[in-house]
Every structure is written in structure tokens, then in C-alpha cells.
Design a protein around this ligand. Structure first.
Ligand code: F6R
Length: 594
């Protein structure tokens, strides 16, 4: 979604703000802008990329400023709708992430009081409200204005004649970066990693007042202490490191990510968290909740839990769960969210907590909202994921699920020992998939001319088919659907034919024979067929038009090697079609609105 930054210090604000905005590009945006305090507030903004803004913006001299990358929700991407937004006098500038849900009524009221609105945005109400309440004390004016605002926000406010920034949040992330005689505010850690790795996470309801030497956080009029965190990510982690795209770099990082995420748990055999303690109900039922790719990790988690623990697992899309009429039973829940900020997922966590569920969060972002509102958190160690499409964070989520489940499993000791050995070898298995990149590239060239594609799998590889299709559609814009292979004949068969290739994902488990039957059915209907199959699988060579081999692993781990192969396939198809791989149109890395 949108990204926001603020700087106050001794250096010129403009180049720093633009650099921070550049680091936020991965969140997705369609316009951007900055405001700098010099003799008055100077604003420069447009519906252009940050790089273009840096070229065309005049020098706005000043050492305090704010910046924004906007992802349009209220009003088209345009110069007028871009942030920062100002009050009538131009003395107050605001950047905002989130949605002001009562903006229409605020606008009506403020207009009747003489305020003149120039944009179609919900945000513009905020500077006008601050102007209305401002009588010399900016913090109090911001506090008063926010009392009138419904919805979600992370805001930074800059005011003429005020050598400080005021920031506030509700249901949208905001951090303060601590520097030396300078401080930063941002919606996201990578924005400020060039300057500092010391951060404070603001909480909902906090108001931060930041000068170059001082940070003060207030809540309901009283000053509060907020802990300082050290971020272990480096700026190199958030750079391309010689790869053409972040996505390719992040795919290639996965052997390291698996090792880091499993870390010392696997070598010392420690559970990541004690599931038994977490689940007050004694693990009679488990609810897994997530959105998008994280939801696919949750679906794979269901197969792992059911096989190794043998309890029923319900998997829900957080966005749907929030609107289901079911009574929430007191059960254990695991929420999976790489960003830790997905609005639907956070809403689900809050609902679960209200009825007394124990919630474990799996997230990649230290200090994220999910980590703060869940009862327990296990962090994936993927490092910053910049490409909008999730790759390494997904594989890291699977690693946490494997380890959580294996450390709780009552499966036979010999089976667990063998799985543990395999888990230790997974980084090298994934490396073998990466080493097969040329074959995958060849397959991508073969597939890239088609406009529709089906991905099929069974059992634990059904969610892999969903994820393969999602990855392809989001970065290549090819229409792709994932199906449980057995479902093809219940409708999608109508689509089969020479124009609709099918990618079949196999594993050597009890689904193998049924998959071969489905593949024969597909071939009989003349669809080009690509198979992902284990090395040594000779039967498939005779059926498929193209085979991508993956190393042999226990079927429970097959989603890992298969997903990595599908990530590369999607990447190379998108590259062949010249798509903006890291920042697909209309998508955002962190979906902080419902
Ligand atoms: C797809 C993708 C999204 C996210 C989804 C949930 O590649 O990245 O589908 O998985 O928006 O995001 P998190 O995991 O941050 O809750």
C-alpha cells in the first residue's frame, strides 16, 4: 500500500526523503510527493515514479520534511490527489496511509465552515481538521483532529513554524527511526535502513512528537515509554545484489532462508514454541488463518498437521472469516502473515482474542502489529522481501510450520527422525532446483505465449497448484487457475484444448497414480502439458510435453521443491513477457486496508 516517510535533522531533507521513498517503492504506488519546511511549506507531488519526481522537483531547501508514495483508493492517481495534502493556508501538510471512512461527512462539515477542498481524497479532511483545531499547539491540534476521524491511519504532520514532526497511528504501521542528531518516521523498516537500524514501533493511539534531538510518545495526553528495537536486516538485504530483479534474488536466497529460519531449533531439537501450552484446549482443533500466498502456506500446514498430529484443522481466508456468521469456539489459532500488517488478518486476530482464543503469529517482521497482538510469535528469518510477490517468505513460513508440527508430533520416532534428516537436507534440495534454472527457463519460453493456464495438484500439492497459479498471474498477467486435479472434470475440462496448457504437480505419495490418470485425461483433450516430477520418474516423460524434474524428497516436503520450481517458472515467463516483475500493476506488498 502507500508508504510514508518523515525526516528531521541537520541535513537537507529532500534527497533523504526521495531516497527513503525509493526504498518504499516495493510496496506498490501510483503517485508520490514530498513537502519540505523552508520559509514556508513547499510541496512537490505528481502521478509519477519517485525517480522521475527526483529529476523534475525543484530544490526545496530545508531540513524537515515528509514524503509519500500513494496507491489510489479515493480518487484517481493524479497530481491533485497525490500526497502531501495541505490545509487552506498551506501551513499544514499531511501524509497519510489508511482510509478515513467518514471523510464524506467531514468534508461536508468542514466545507460548510469555509474550508476549501481541492482533491478527491479521504485524506484531505485531516489537514483541514488540524487547521480547525490549531491554536499554537500542533500535538493538541492533531489529537483533537484525530478524535473526529473514523477509520485507519498512519500520519505524519508538518507545520510551518514548527521545527518538529507529529506522527500518529491507528490500524496502520508506523515506526520512528533513531539517528544521531536526526530522526526518521516511516511506514516500513526498509525505508530508513540506509540511515539507521534503531527503531521504535508506535502503537495504535500513540502520538509521536519528533525533533532532531528528541522523541516523545504520548497516549491519551500522558507520555509513555516505547522500547527501542535493533533491526538485524542490513541495507544489502534490501538491495538487488547484482540480480536483475528482487524476485530472482529472493528466490535464490531460499537455501539460506531455510537454514536461518530453522536455525538452532533443528540442531538442538528445541521446539519453536510449545504448542501444547499455547493450545489450552489440548490441541483438539486448530484454526489456520491467512490471506493470499500465506493462505496457501496455511493450506499446506493443514496437510502437515493432519498427517503428523492427526487433529482436525480448519483453514480460513482471513478476509472471509471476518464475515462468516459462525460462532467462534475457543480453540488454538495460527495466523500467518509475512508483513504482520495485513488488515484482514489483523482483524481476524482481534476477533479471536476477544473470545479467548490463543493466537500464535508466524510473521517475518519483528515488531509488526501481528507480533504485538498475538499471544506468541514465531519469526521467519527471510530478511526483507522487496518483490511484491512473496517467494522466500512463503518458504520460510512452511519451515516454521514443519518445525512446529514436527516438534509436537506424536508420529512414530523413526518417521520423525527420517523427516528431521530430510529437513536438514532441504537447503541443498532447493539448491538443486535452482541449479536446474536453464530447464525452467526453456519451459518458460515454451509457455510464455499462452494467455490462460491451469495448474493442477492433489493432496499436499493442491495448495502448491494454487500458489503456482497465483504467482504466475500476479507477475505475468497471464490468467491462471489452480485446481485440485480431481476437480478438472467437474467443470474446467471445458477449457482444455491446444490454447490452455496445464502444469501438473506430482509427488510420490498416494496421489501419484490418480495424478497420472488426470494427466492422461488432459492429454486426450490436447492441452499442452508440463509436469513437475521427481528425478527418475520415467512414466511422466512419456506423457508430458515438457518435464521439469525436482529432487526426490519425502512427499511431505514436496511443496518446498515444487514451489521453488514454480516461482522460477513464473519469473521467467514474466521476464519473457517484459513485465514489471518486482512491482506488478495494482498490487501492494503490505495490504493494510480491508
Ligand atoms: C502474493 C502475495 C500476497 C500476500 C497477501 C498476504 O505473492 O504476496 O498474496 O501473501 O497479501 O500478505 P501477508 O502475508 O503479509 O499477510
Amino acid at each position: 500500500m502507500c508508504g510514508i516517510v518523515g525526516y528531521i535533522g541537520e541535513r537537507q531533507a529532500q534527497p533523504i526523503l526521495l531516497n527513503c521513498l525509493g526504498r518504499l517503492e516495493y510496496r506498490g504506488y501510483d503517485s508520490c510527493g514530498i513537502a519540505v519546511l523552508s520559509s514556508g511549506i513547499e510541496v512537490y507531488k505528481d502521478a509519477i515514479r519517485v525517480e522521475a519526481l527526483a529529476k523534475v522537483a525543484p530544490q526545496l531547501g530545508g531540513t524537515v520534511g515528509v514524503g509519500h508514495t500513494r496507491w489510489a483508493t479515493h480518487g484517481e492517481p493524479s497530481q491533485l490527489n497525490a500526497h502531501p495534502h495541505c490545509d487552506c493556508s498551506g501551513n499544514i501538510a499531511v501524509v497519510h496511509n489508511g482510509v478515513v471512512t467518514n471523510s464524506q461527512s467531514l468534508k461536508k462539515q468542514l466545507t460548510s465552515e469555509g474550508h476549501n477542498f481541492v482533491s478527491e481524497t479521504d485524506t484531505e479532511a485531516i489537514p483541514h481538521l488540524i487547521e480547525k483545531y490549531y491554536d499554537g499547539n500542533l500535538e493538541e491540534a492533531v489529537e483533537a483532529a484525530l478524535r473526529d476521524v473514523d477509520g485507519s491511519y498512519a500520519i505524519i504532520v508538518l507545520a510551518a513554524g514548527e521545527p518538529r514532526l507529529v506522527a500518529a497511528r491507528k490500524d496502520s504501521p508506523l515506526i520512528i527511526g533513531i539517528g544521531d542528531r536526526e530522526n526518521f518516521i516511516a511506514s516500513d523498516v526498509p525505508a530508513i535502513l540506509d540511515y539507521t537500524n534503531r527503531v521504535i514501533y508506535l502503537e495504535d493511539g500513540d502520538i509521536g512528537v519528533i525533533t532532531k534531538d528528541n522523541i516523545k510518545v504520548r497516549r491519551n495526553g500522558t507520555e509513555v515509554d516505547r522500547k527501542e528495537h535493533e533491526i538485524l536486516w542490513s541495507i544489502e538485504d534490501a538491495q538487488k545484489g547484482g540480480y536483475e530483479h528482487f524476485m530472482l534474488k529472493e528466490i535464490h536466497e531460499q537455501p539460506r532462508v531455510i537454514r536461518d529460519t530453522l536455525g538452532e531449533w533443528v540442531s538442538i531439537g528445541e521446539p519453536a514454541v510449545d504448542l501444547a501450552v499455547m493450545m489450552r484446549t489440548g490441541l483438539e482443533a486448530l484454526l489456520l488463518l491467512a490471506c493470499g500466498t500465506s493462505y496457501h502456506a496455511a493450506l499446506i500446514g493443514k496437510y502437515i498437521v493432519e498427517e503428523l498430529v492427526g487433529i482436525p484443522v480448519r483453514v480460513e481466508l482471513a478476509s472471509e472469516f471476518n464475515y462468516s456468521g459462525q460462532t467462534l469456539v475457543k480453540t488454538g489459532a495460527i495466523v500467518i502473515t509475512q508483513s504482520g500488517e495485513t488488515a484482514d488478518t489483523l482483524k481476524a486476530v482481534k476477533r479471536l482474542k476477544e473470545v479467548g482464543c490463543q493466537v500464535l503469529a508466524i510473521t517475518n517482521v519483528v515488531g509488526s502489529t501481528a507480533s504485538r497482538i498475538a499471544d506468541q510469535t514465531v519469526y521467519t528469518r527471510a530478511g526483507p522481501e522487496i518483490c511484491v510477490a512473496a517467494t522466500k517468505s512463503f518458504i520460510a513460513q512452511l519451515m516454521v510450520l514443519y518445525w512446529l508440527v514436527m516438534s509436537y508430533s506424536k508420529a512414530e520416532a523413526r518417521r520423525l527422525a527420517s523427516l528431521l534428516t530430510e529437513l536438514r537436507h532441504l537447503p541443498s534440495k532447493v539448491q538443486q532446483v535452482l541449479d536446474n534454472e536453464d530447464t525452467i527457463l526453456e519451459c518458460a519460453n515454451y509457455l510464455s505465449r499462452y494467455e490462460n493456464m491451469l495448474f493442477i495438484g492433489r493432496g499436499i500439492n493442491f495448495p502448491v497448484a494454487l500458489e503456482g497459479a497465483l504467482k504466475l498471474k500476479e507477475i505475468s498477467y497471464i490468467h491462471a487457475e489452480g485446481y485440485a486435479a480431481g476437480e478438472l472434470k467437474h467443470g474446467p475440462f471445458a477449457l482444455l484444448g491446444g490454447d490452455t496448457p496445464v502444469v501438473a504437480i506430482l509427488a510420490h505419495d498416494n496421489t501419484y497414480e490418480a495424478m497420472l490418470t488426470n494427466i492422461k485425461e488432459v492429454k486426450a483433450r490436447k492441452s499442452p502439458l508440463v509436469a513437475l516430477a521427481e528425478e527418475g520418474d520415467e512414466a511422466i516423460g512419456e506423457l508430458a510435453d515438457f518435464v521439469i524434474t525436482v529432487p526426490r524428497v519425502d512427499a511431505i516436503f514436496s511443496p518446498v521443491v515444487n514451489s521453488v520450481a514454480l516461482q522460477l517458472l513464473a519469473y521467467y515467463i514474466a521476464k519473457q513477457r517484459d513485465c514489471p516483475i518486482d512491482f506488478p500493476r495494482n498490487l501492494a506488498k503490505s495490504v493494510t486496508v480491508e
